[in-house]
Design a binder for this molecule. Sequence first.
Ligand SMILES: NC(=O)c1ccc[n+]([C@@H]2O[C@H](COP(=O)([O-])OP(=O)(O)OC[C@H]3O[C@@H](n4cnc5c(N)ncnc54)[C@H](OP(=O)(O)O)[C@@H]3O)[C@@H](O)[C@H]2O)c1
Length: 322
Amino acid sequence: MSKKIKWGIAGLGNIARKFARDLIGAPQAELIAVASSDIDRAKAFQSEFDAQKAYDNYEDLYHDPEIEVIYIASLNQNHKSMSLAALQAGKGVLCEKPLGVNTKEMQEMIALAQKQNCFLMEALWSRFNPAIRKAKQWVEEGQIGDPKFLFAEFSFYRLNVESSHRLLDPKKGGGVLLDIGVYPLFLAYLIFGKPKNIAAQSLFANTGVDVQTSMILQYENAQAILYCGIANESDNNAKLGGTEGEILLHGFWHNTQKVSLTQCGKTIHAEFPSTGNGYIYEINEVNRCIASGKKESELWSHNDALELGRMVEEVFDKIRQK
Ligand SMILES: NC(=O)c1ccc[n+]([C@@H]2O[C@H](COP(=O)([O-])OP(=O)(O)OC[C@H]3O[C@@H](n4cnc5c(N)ncnc54)[C@H](OP(=O)(O)O)[C@@H]3O)[C@@H](O)[C@H]2O)c1
């Protein structure tokens, strides 16, 4: 692949900065333009990451004829409207997770991507992490026998933020399930697929969003215990046990650089050191897909995003019944 893919970024907050750091180091990517609701933020971002243009509105970015793909890095409640507008303008879209705040939104986005014949992917970056792919390969090779039990959590202490913070504000798509619960659910889906059923319970903030959510996923022949929360610190390891061995994904497992395989009392390690923030792998995947004319990734397809969205909805149904 020789041609560089031309990128734009819309919504210039915390995650956009981390992503841009990796994007400008990607061999097949070029940052053409960035757009923010705040021109000072756009100009500062342009200068920090050496983008060619800075816009004070998203529409100009969507209609910039040079750009091929736009990374949507705004808050959850804006993912659908911003992705639809970019797709309508004929751009490919990499949209931050969750793709939409529910599957109805996701279906609308996927339908428009198909109608417009444009690339669309949820930025589920863990799917492209080489250590997680190694763990998946070990499972497929039968290295742990039949996988039977997954324990995965994603938690850190962040209850000390203002109630207007995106994590706690329901109007900003807050709550831990949408923000970080998607990761353990993703890992269960990657290993075991769709569960037969899900049990879940949550504790809630005064704002009404969940701040601790525990889930048990039931499969025909396996179980997963998953947790997400902003009430406690954790090593954030994930463990996958099978009939003949165990895999440890070292914390923070969703962006891990190391996985270990234990069989018959012997442990081997696979390490994938990275100097960036961990987004390079999804960036490379988007570049590869767009350069080869693909409209979705085989590793994280539209259907995968929808299935994960359905799992999230099932958990929401359960925690809201309590
Ligand atoms: N993949 C990951 O590792 C990861 C990690 C953290 C978050 N995320 C996801 O990334 C997205 C953004 O998270 P973030 O932490 O970057 O958020 P953030 O810094 O709080 O805000 C991101 C951008 O959202 C826009 N925005 C729209 N309405 C806003 C409002 N009412 N208040 C504040 N900002 C508003 C702003 O864009 P303008 O610049 O245009 O004004 C802002 O710069 C979320 O969907 C989150 O789920 C992903």
